[in-house]
Ligand binder design. Sequence first.
Ligand SMILES: Nc1ncnc2c1ncn2[C@@H]1O[C@H](COP(=O)(O)OP(=O)(O)OP(=O)(O)O)[C@@H](O)[C@H]1O
Length: 244
Amino acid sequence: MAEDVARCEAVSKGFGDVAAVRELDLHVAAGEVLALVGLNGAGKTTLMRLVLGMVRPDAGRVEVLGRPVGSRVHWAGVGHMVDTPFAYPELTVLENLRAAALLHGVPVRDVPAVVQEVLGQLQLEAYAGRRAGTLSLGNRQRVGLGSALAHRPRLLVLDEPTNALDPAGVVLLRDLVVNAAGGGAGVLVSSHHLDEVARIADRVAVIHAGRIVGELDPHRAELEQAFFAMVYQADLDSRSGRVT
Ligand SMILES: Nc1ncnc2c1ncn2[C@@H]1O[C@H](COP(=O)(O)OP(=O)(O)OP(=O)(O)O)[C@@H](O)[C@H]1O
């Protein structure tokens, strides 16, 4: 069985009186794409930020690449795009990709080839010399994805990576995610687009009110209907006191 590249055990995180993530268990195995779907405010971003060590859990344990977050996680083995795609606005696209590769530990001699490959994969060649701050949101998202992927991470965490992409970008992303998993990476990706998720995910976890309330088979028909049925049932269970 493939090793887990990310693992959450009974993880909780609150903000004031909002329980954003509640006693949540999750694992992502090497070579699989796990999609996280949920309504607005369900806890997707918070969960990803917990996995990436960007916020500290109130309770529970998060492990990345076999190490508890908070200890010596090999972060160079992780790639992510969460929240607004990160890019240094004053640097060009090429310089941003170079910086990301170096920061993620790509050996200096390999950086030019890695950057050229990513420019090609994300069809950013025409923008290589443009300052990132002058790009459209979709192209910044492509740079963010390139920065997350260039070093071939073992764990890839992408929060709604398609939200600013055009249809061509969506197709590119799909291929990149599937290829990353094919190469052995574990991918945790959130999305609001169930159709899109069905094309790339091995498993689909439904998060609702901070909990994983079930998994959907991405190959089943009527995925949307099954999603809403699961969310509705979770609300009923919670009201009837079966889940607090
Ligand atoms: N820094 C914060 N301070 C206060 N509340 C927060 C903070 N971050 C998240 N929350 C709250 O936690 C809950 C979960 O938010 P989160 O952003 O994780 O949801 P989401 O599933 O990613 O939503 P969306 O689909 O809208 O992006 C929400 O009620 C949100 O308002």
